[in-house]
Design a binder for this molecule. Structure first.
Ligand code: AHG
Ligand code: MN
Ligand code: MN
Length: 327
């Protein structure tokens, strides 16, 4: 069986050369992060770094290492205007005078890092925007809506290392072949079924949820005899990459809503390097992404570490959850 490499696939899609090289730089960073994760126990890197990031969250040693690898591998790309990382407070400007055609890359270097010490899947999430004009190097210049993304994706570090990307033409999944050294196309044209009987939410936050989310989950749990008329299955990986990978593979919905415990900060998940890239991928695979009251990609950012309510996955189920919010 012939399996295209990532480069062959991007060439076949007639991807712009600058974008292709940037995606390959990101793929290189992800291969190196995968290697660090795999060797984490030998190097004693699975635990805490003893530091906090800008969001006040305790950093794992591998959060910091992954960010450094990403900066080193992607930061030297000559078309890069700026990097925006979960682990770095300030925008990391790479040019003094960014021009039209330059890129801004938003990324979560290691997603789901609470899973590291229990050896469950983690990943790296990224989003790419191309500047339409020259900009000043101010924070507000990188506060660009999700609809402006030209590419997005994630790497997943599980039993195998995968890379899932969209450049706006569908969603394709690749698996890293350690002998070959490349990512090979193993899941072409990933698509999310419109209907599902599987939801993913951290149910320990039940007491904190708003009424629409509680009503939705209550109704799902009532099974075939309840208002939804079907029995639901439940999954929660505590790793958005792993949950979204399952949804892109077999459908389902993922919810991390704003609740009374996280409302002060606007929710849990970050708009620019978690919700927007996953929203773009899910939509490109035929699914939907919503805050509960509107499309995630339409949210106008007011900060590069801004948080947002996230509901995404199978299109019809996301529509049902939006109806619970309207009621
Ligand atoms: P990160 O490790 O980058 O901080 O992200 C963790 C996120 C996301 O991956 C996951 O869906 C969610 O946080 C898990 O939250 P809970 O621990 O509340 O389940
Ligand atoms: Mn994350
Ligand atoms: Mn992270």
């Amino acid at each position: 069986m012939t399996q295209m490499t990532l480069r062959q696939h991007l060439m076949a899609q007639a991807t712009d050369t600058d974008l292709m090289i940037l995606i390959e730089d990101i793929a290189t960073a992800c291969r190196m992060i995968s290697d660090e994760v795999r060797h984490g126990a030998f190097a004693g890197n699975l635990g805490g770094a003893g530091t906090q990031n800008v969001q006040g969250e305790a950093q794992k040693a591998l959060d910091v290492i992954s960010d450094q690898i990403f900066q080193a591998q992607v930061g030297g790309n000559p078309r890069l205007a700026a990097l925006v990382s979960e682990e770095v407070d300030e925008v990391n400007w790479r040019k003094e005078a960014p021009q039209a055609g330059d890129f801004v890359v938003y990324y979560d270097p290691l997603d789901g890092s609470s899973n590291l010490d229990v050896n469950l899947s983690v990943g790296t999430i990224f989003s790419i925007v191309r500047l339409g004009q020259a900009i000043e190097t101010t924070d507000s210049a990188v506060q660009i809506k999700g609809t402006e993304q030209i590419a997005a994706g994630y790497a997943i570090y599980g039993p195998s290392t995968g890379l899932v990307i969209t450049t706006g033409q569908g969603v394709d999944g690749f698996t890293h072949h350690p002998g070959n050294g490349a990512f090979l196309l193993t899941q072409p044209a990933m698509s999310i079924p419109a209907e599902t009987q599987e939801f993913a939410i951290n149910a320990s936050r039940y007491d904190l949820w708003d009424a629409p989310v509680r009503r939705y989950v209550d109704d799902c749990l009532r099974g075939a005899d309840g208002p939804r008329g079907k029995k639901f299955n439940m999954r929660w990986c505590a790793s958005m990459v792993a949950d979204v990978h399952r949804i892109l593979t077999r459908g389902g919905v993922f919810l991390y809503p704003k609740d009374s415990g996280n409302a002060g900060q606007g929710g849990k998940l970050r708009l620019m390097y978690e919700a927007n890239p996953m929203g773009m991928l899910v939509e490109a695979a035929g699914g939907a992404s919503s805050t509960g009251t509107g499309r995630i990609l339409d949210v106008a950012p007011t900060g590069h570490h801004q948080r947002v309510s996230v509901i995404l996955g199978s299109k019809d189920e996301v529509a049902v959850i939006e109806e619970y919010h309207l009621k």
